[in-house]
Write a protein that binds this ligand. Structure first.
Ligand SMILES: [Fe+2]
Ligand SMILES: [Fe+2]
Length: 275
């Protein structure tokens, strides 16, 4: 089965916020353009997965707007999402799910043509930069995986639990061992995540871990320890077969422009403050 993996869409309906990340937020054009590119790709994805930071600290209206972009551009292809640290749970439940007054983490299992997608929520508290996975989600995952799905399972979650290449990124999700112990030896073929705004792919004990860069902005730290936030837009295309997982990246309207630089020392300080 072919799928498209988008991440960190950081959409806002109106750019009304005044924080320093304003320039990085997508007003919806990049998301629409990316979905259009994916659904028209010759590889014909049958499924769209979006791994969190869907909306950038927005309202229920922003989630309704985000959903309308999916509905308008997916051309009937099913989509499954999970939430990230910049999502706001109550606004998501109201604007995306149509349930008012709910603020719980979003944890869900969806079956699509025999492929099982399990969405976990690694920011059970809004704004959790580092990410965590509460025991009840690990228990939920273990329970779901007791039975195999006809075409296997993909787990989607925002913070990558494996496969850190960049120095400093390994601290972004401290649930690696517990998580790996649950998914290894089951029908989980791939674990897809985002958050780093940087493509990575890693295989361990029969499980493929892939992180998609963002549709809104990407990271470049090739030159120095600091992180350049660049105006780039990409998504991953994947294929799952009985015995293999393929993941590749497609760039959309790429133009290299540094929007913002996060100093290495500031990043270290931010991660320390979250602990
Ligand atoms: Fe993000
Ligand atoms: Fe994130």
């Amino acid at each position: 089965m072919n799928f498209a993996h988008l991440s960190d869409t950081h959409v806002l309906d109106k750019r009304s916020q005044t924080n320093q990340l304003l320039e990085l937020v997508d007003d919806g054009k990049k998301l629409a353009q990316t979905i259009t590119a994916a659904v028209n790709h010759p590889q014909k994805p049958e499924l769209l997965l979006i791994t969190g930071d869907l909306v950038h600290e927005g309202t229920a209206e922003d989630y309704a707007y985000f959903k309308s972009i999916l509905e308008d551009n997916c051309k009937g292809i099913p989509y499954v999402v999970c939430l990230g640290n910049h999502d706001r749970r109550q606004a998501f439940w109201e604007g995306f799910m149509g349930e008012k007054g709910v603020a719980k983490p979003y944890v869900e299992t969806t079956m699509i043509n025999g492929l099982r997608i399990i969405a976990l929520d690694t920011s059970p508290v809004d704004g959790n930069e580092i990410g965590e996975m509460p025991q009840d989600q690990l228990d939920y995952l273990a329970e779901e995986l007791k039975t195999a799905a006809p075409k296997g399972t993909i787990v989607i979650l925002h913070h990558p639990p494996q496969g850190f290449v960049l120095k400093g990124f390994e601290g972004l999700c401290p649930v690696r061992d517990a998580f790996a112990g649950i998914v290894e030896g089951t029908d989980v073929k791939a674990v897809l995540s985002g958050h780093t705004h940087y493509l990575s792919c890693h295989s361990k004990n029969g499980v493929t871990y892939a992180t998609a860069a963002s549709t809104a902005f990407s990271m470049d730290n090739a030159k120095k320890g600091d992180l350049d936030f660049i105006d780039a837009c990409s998504y991953n295309l994947g294929r799952i077969t009985e015995d293999s997982v393929y993941v590749g990246t497609e760039t959309v309207n790429y133009q290299y422009k540094t929007l913002f630089t996060m100093k290495a020392a500031d990043m270290e300080k931010m991660l320390k403050n979250q602990k």
